[in-house]
Design a protein around this ligand. Structure first.
Ligand code: FAD
Length: 484
């Protein structure tokens, strides 16, 4: 059977020779490190859900490519029902993890690579699409976790790539051999790659004649020679490293959204894993089709799951603190519900209005306008939900002593008495809930949500291309009987 058990997943990522660093130190085994372990736990959950009778309809589906049940996170959408199921799975994973399912970026790159290589083969006579299908079958048969890497450091934003003093600020092909290519450069902010089996690499931006060496897409195992991972390090990483008990933390088991830089130091990629090399006119399309798919994911699915958690925490805290009759708090929670359900509606609209793109290719992508609106909407509404949750949580969200005080004989009594607020719920429950709210409102998620899948300007650029106002102008002319 293609589907791996959670235990098989753990075994499959054990023993890989990764070159990985965090906070100035080399990490020996990512399974033993408290921060990198959270990424493994998140991906592991998706293997368990695909086999659990209660959740398998959400997390698994049938593959017509290999004629077997596969994980939803290796399935490329072939109709709008698939897109809706993908949206629902994104919400489900997020509300159960409170962080990324690190298989989502890779899945969204598959949609882009399918669509773009199919079109390239039709128009240029290349043979990338069958190569990609073979790769996808391999991923499905082995139930692999796949990360996706687009974002690059880039040189000065107001300067052309050819004028950058460092040519490797965008990933570059430095050698073409009979058996493959060699690439050099870096991808930054990449979610969970070190705990995945594979990473799909796409261009970050459109390229132009003269930039052929930058127009490249491929897939490699995450332990390929020449790769180095330099992990993010935040106050949340430090806190987790020194925690005695994960229940001192805001998201105990699954942690933050963990990323790393991936440095490609002359990395070899065999031709059978190269999906684009030099066709500059298609580099932008890889990015756009990825963005279209990923913006539905980030805007209309996973953030809905996150907001479900925040709403739940606020409702519970309201009860524990005797605030159930406070009218403004009920209003604030209702406002959160409206914001999260609007996000869900945008995601479902993007899925339901999705279409086969290009026609005949077999891959369905979300609607361009609604996909971008999903993300643009959530960039703003997520901050608003955090603001409201911060009000409901009170100053304690940022002033709370450590939950570890409950184990300190010298302070335990004070904390139990004064931070219970006289509630039968007791101090520990209130503190754990408040810590959860700190994780959201005073943590990494505001900026993370804003930039993940691109900042507001990126969506506005796409929308300004997709919307031409002809229909709206025609409506007004008809209403007023204006003729040209
Ligand atoms: C939690 C998280 C997870 C992520 N996971 C992944 C992942 O798995 N894979 C991946 O590939 N990427 C990932 N990203 C990267 C994400 O896509 C980028 O952060 C995002 O596209 C913004 O790019 P940047 O961070 O380089 O910011 P910048 O591009 O530096 O943006 C900063 C500001 O500068 C503006 N700006 C940038 N360039 C220009 C320009 N040329 N002209 C005018 N204004 C400009 C932007 O609009 C923005 O206002 C992740 C990011 C986050 C936060």
């Amino acid at each position: 059977m293609a589907l791996k058990t959670p235990e098989e997943f753990i075994e499959s990522i054990r023993g890989r020779k990764l070159r990985i660093f965090m906070n100035g130190k080399k990490i020996g085994d990512i399974l033993d490190h408290p921060v990198t372990r959270t990424v493994i736990e998140s991906n592991k959950a998706s293997y368990a859900w695909a086999l659990d009778p209660k959740t398998k309809d959400i997390m698994s589906t049938f593959s017509p490519l290999i004629n077997e049940p596969i994980n939803r996170y290796t399935h490329v959408c072939q109709n709008t029902d698939d897109l809706v199921a993908k949206a629902n799975a994104g919400c489900f994973t997020a509300e159960n993890l409170g962080t990324c399912i690190y298989r989502c970026v890779g899945l969204d790159t598959f949609h882009s690579v399918w669509s773009t290589t199919w079109e390239m083969d039709q128009k240029l006579g290349t043979s990338y699409f069958p190569r990609f299908l073979e790769y996808l079958k391999y991923v499905q048969k082995n139930d692999l976790s796949v990360a996706g890497a687009l974002t690059e450091p880039r040189g000065p934003r107001d300067t052309k790539l050819s004028d950058w003093s460092d040519p490797y600020l965008s990933l570059k092909v430095v050698e073409k051999r009979s058996d493959g290519i060699v690439v050099k450069g870096c991808k930054i902010n990449i979610s969970g790659a070190y705990a995945s089996h594979e990473v799909v690499v796409l261009p970050q931006m459109a390229h132009y004649p003269g930039e052929e060496d930058y127009a490249v897409a491929f897939a490699i195992p995450t332990d390929t020679e020449g790769l180095t991972y330099v992990c993010q390090y935040t106050p949340f990483s430090a806190e987790r490293e020194q925690a005695e008990d994960i229940y001192e933390l805001g998201n105990p088991l699954f942690g933050e959204r963990e990323t790393s830089m991936i440095v490609f130091d002359n990395v070899f990629v065999p031709w059978e894993r190269v999906f684009h090399c030099g066709e500059v006119e298609y580099a932008g399309q890889f990015v756009e089709k990825f963005a279209r798919t990923h913006r539905m994911t980030c805007g209309g699915t996973c953030k809905v799951g996150f907001m479900n958690i925040i709403v739940g925490a606020c409702k519970l805290l309201q009860k524990y603190k005797g605030l159930t009759k406070a009218r403004h708090i009920n209003d604030e929670i209702l406002e959160m519900v409206v914001l999260k359900e609007t996000a869900r509606a945008c995601g479902l609209a993007a899925a339901n209005l999705g279409a086969e793109d290009p026609p005949g290719s077999g891959v369905f992508l979300p609607d361009e306008v609604m996909g971008n609106i999903s993300k643009l909407n959530v960039c703003h509404s997520f901050w608003k939900v955090l603001e409201l949750a911060g009000d409901i949580g009170g100053g304690l969200v940022v002033t709370m002593p450590s939950i570890r005080e409950l184990k300190n004989p010298e302070t335990k009594g004070y904390v139990e008495e004064y931070l219970s607020f006289g509630s039968p719920a007791g101090a520990e429950r209130i503190m754990r809930l408040t810590k959860l709210l700190q994780n959201w409102t005073a943590g990494l998620h505001g900026v993370g949500t804003y930039h993940g899948a691109g900042p507001v300007m990126a969506q506005k650029i796409m929308l300004s291309r997709a919307v031409n106002y002809d229909k709206e102008i025609a409506l007004v002319k008809k209403t007023l009987n204006i003729e040209d």
